[in-house]
Design a binder for this molecule. Sequence first.
Ligand code: ZN
Ligand code: ZN
Length: 208
Amino acid sequence: MWSLADFRFDETIDAAEVYLNRGDGFESTARDEAIAFAHERGANLVAWWPASSEAGDPWCIVAKVSLPLRWEQIPIGQSAVDERLWFDAPCGKRDFLVGSGNTFVGRMAAWCPHQAVSYNVSRSEMGAMSEESRYFVAGFLAGNAPGYAVDADGEIDDADLAAWRAATDRFRRTGFWYGRWGTCQVCGCVLLPDTCDDRCHEHSTVDV
Ligand SMILES: [Zn+2]
Ligand SMILES: [Zn+2]
């Protein structure tokens, strides 16, 4: 999600021209003219999403802004633990999956009712689990896997694509994504980025 620090309106929109819809669709408009248009309507000119260098002139909307800038506030619901999402946990008892870990790829949020602590857990740290938990984990890992590499022209290298397929396939089974470069200490090939091993699959049982 974006930071409020990236919110831009009126003169903080750093562009000479913006795109603005004054009734007939979005058209390129001088920024200062667009600001005047917004102010005449008792509102401000707001950049619709954070600027990126390659995206060109910002797209803007007319909307009221009050200072100091602040986020909308909503009541935070106490989401109940779903007891069907149990698994045999590192604590030795049954804990519950409650969401995304939001830290490293593959990490899920869990709740231990015995010690009353929230923590993050990976697939490989979970023992037996309910059928509901198995599908929770499968869905989470499918959505959480990193995307494949695309070059500046939008092209995908065949070898990169094959490696991505293999790495994400293994990730869906292990739930582990190392995210660092490594090489096989036997043959010197570059390892798929999900593993922290120092041997490739072919040489995983060979003594150096
Ligand atoms: Zn526990
Ligand atoms: Zn090897």
